[in-house]
Design a protein around this ligand. Structure first.
Ligand code: PMP
Length: 386
C-alpha cells in the first residue's frame, strides 16, 4: 500500500534504528535519552501498584482530559489560573502530536531552534509544517534572527526546549526568556514550551518558565519520563482552556484517554513523602556522571573538539573539527560506543555543525571513562588527527 506523501518524507529515527546495536553485548551507549533504569522509583510505587487490585473503578473508561485527582493536583502544583486547563497525554510526545493535529495545516509556519529535538521535527514534519529554523547560541535562540523571522514570516508556533535542551544541553538565560516572551506577545506567535528535563537541574538556580512571562500565548508540555519512568507514558500539556479543549477533541480520536491506573499511580508517587528525596538522589547521580564525562572529555579530547558546561538534563553536545560525523558515529559503534551524530537533529538539507550528542545518565561513571577512551580514538582517526 502506498504511503502518504508526508510519511515518505520522514527520515527513520537514527536513534531507534541503532538501538539494537547500541544495546548489544559490550557496547557502551551514550546514544539514547534513557534515564537510569536502576533508579526508577519502583519501591516508592510498590504499595500504590499493589493497591490497584482493590481499585477496580480505575480500570473503567475514563475522562479524556485525565484522572480528576491528578488534574486537581496539577492545577495546584502549576498554579494554573482559573481559565487555564491541563490535559494528560500519553507522554509529552503525544502532546506535540495533538498540537500539530489541532493547530498546524500543511505549510503553516513553525519555528524551531537548530539543532532541535528529533521527535518534534518528526511530528511537525508529518503535519507538513513549513519548519523555519533559528540558530541557537549558548544562552538560547539568536534573538535578532528570531525577531526577523517573527516579523517577516508571521509563524504560528515557536517550539522550544529552554531547559537543558535536547540535543545541546543549552539553558536559556532569564533576559532571553523575557525577550522571547515579549516577542511572542508582540507578534502573536504561540510558544510551545517543552520542559521534560526541567526537574533534572543539578547546579545553578531554577529559572522561571518562559511561559510565565507570556501565559496567554503559551502551551507548556511537561513529562514524567525522566523523574518517574518513561514506561508509564505520562505527560501533560497546560494552557488557556480554550486552547486545551481542541486538544481534548483530537485526543478523543487518537486514544480516548491515557491509562487511568497509571495516572493514579503517578499521583501517589508525586505526593509520596519520599519523592523529593528520590529527586535529590537522581540529581546527585546525574551530576556525578556528568562531572565524570565532562572531566574525561576535557582531559582527553584532541584540539578542535569543544563542549559547553551544562547545569542539568541528560546531554553534552560535543562539537568536532570538520568531519563526517555520521560516518564517525557508525565507526564509533564498531569500537563499541554508541553516540548520535548532529545531522539527525536538523531538518533535511540544513547546514549542519559536525557534532555528537552524548548522554550521561544511562552509563555508570566507570563506563563513561572507557567510552571516552574509545571515542577519542575514533575521533582522531576520522578527523585525521595524529
Ligand atoms: N520533548 C523532548 C525535548 C524530549 O527529549 C522527549 C523525549 N526524550 C520528549 C519530549 C518526549 O518525552 P515523553 O513522551 O517520554 O514524555
Amino acid at each position: 500500500m502506498e504511503l502518504t506523501h508526508a510519511l515518505k518524507q520522514i527520515q527513520p529515527s537514527y536513534i531507534r534504528e541503532i538501538l539494537k546495536d547500541a544495546q548489544s553485548e559490550g557496547v557502551i551507549s551514550l546514544a539514547g535519552g534513557l534515564p537510569d533504569g536502576q533508579h526508577f522509583p519502583v519501591k516508592l510505587m510498590a504499595s500504590s501498584l499493589a493497591s490497584l487490585a482493590q481499585r477496580p473503578d480505575l480500570f473503567q473508561y475514563g475522562q479524556t482530559a485525565g484522572y480528576g485527582p491528578l488534574l486537581d493536583y496539577f492545577r495546584t502544583q502549576f498554579q494554573l489560573p482559573e481559565h487555564h486547563d491541563s490535559l494528560v497525554c500519553t507522554g509529552s510526545q503525544q502532546a506535540l502530536d495533538l498540537i500539530a493535529r489541532a493547530y498546524v495545516n500543511p505549510n503553516d509556519k513553525v519555528v524551531m531552534e537548530a539543532p532541535s529535538y528529533l521527535g518534534a521535527l518528526q511530528v511537525f514534519g508529518l503535519a507538513q509544517a513549513n519548519i523555519l529554523s533559528v540558530s541557537q547560541q549558548a544562552d538560547g535562540p539568536n534573538l535578532a534572527e528570531l525577531e526577523a523571522c517573527f516579523a517577516e514570516q508571521a509563524p504560528k508556533l515557536f517550539y522550544a526546549v529552554p531547559d537543558f535542551h535536547n540535543p545541546t544541553g543549552v539553558t536559556w538565560s532569564v533576559p532571553v526568556r523575557q525577550k522571547v516572551a515579549q516577542l511572542c506577545q508582540q507578534y502573536q506567535v504561540t510558544l510551545v514550551e517543552d520542559v521534560p528535563y526541567r526537574e533534572l537541574r543539578f547546579s545553578g538556580e531554577l529559572l522561571p518558565l518562559v511561559s510565565s512571562f507570556c501565559p496567554e500565548h503559551a502551551l507548556v508540555l511537561r513529562s514524567f519520563s525522566k523523574i518517574a519512568t518513561p514506561g508509564m507514558r505520562i505527560g501533560v500539556v497546560s494552557g488557556k482552556a480554550n486552547w486545551i479543549a481542541p486538544l481534548v477533541k483530537v485526543k478523543q480520536s487518537a486514544d480516548l484517554h491515557s491509562s487511568i491506573p497509571m495516572q493514579a499511580v503517578l499521583l501517589d508517587l508525586l505526593t509520596h513523602d519520599e519523592f523529593p528525596a528520590h529527586l535529590a538522589t537522581l540529581r546527585a547521580l546525574y551530576q556525578e556522571r556528568y562531572t565524570s564525562l565532562a572531566e574525561q572529555l576535557q582531559a582527553k579530547l584532541p584540539q578542535g573538539c569543544h563542549s559547553n558546561p551544562v547545569e542539568g538534563g541528560m546531554f553534552i553536545w560535543l562539537t568536532l573539527p570538520p568531519c563526517d560525523d555520521f560516518a564517525l558515529a557508525k565507526q564509533a559503534l564498531t569500537h563499541k560506543v554508541a553516540v548520535v551524530p548532529s545531522s539527525v537533529f536538523y531538518k533535511q538539507g540544513e547546514k549542519v555543525t559536525p557534532a555528537l550528542r552524548l548522554n550521561f545518565t544511562n552509563a555508570t561513571s566507570e563506563e563513561l571513562v572507557i567510552a571516552v577512551d574509545r571515542l577519542v580514538e575514533v575521533i582522531k582517526q576520522e578527523c585525521g588527527i595524529a
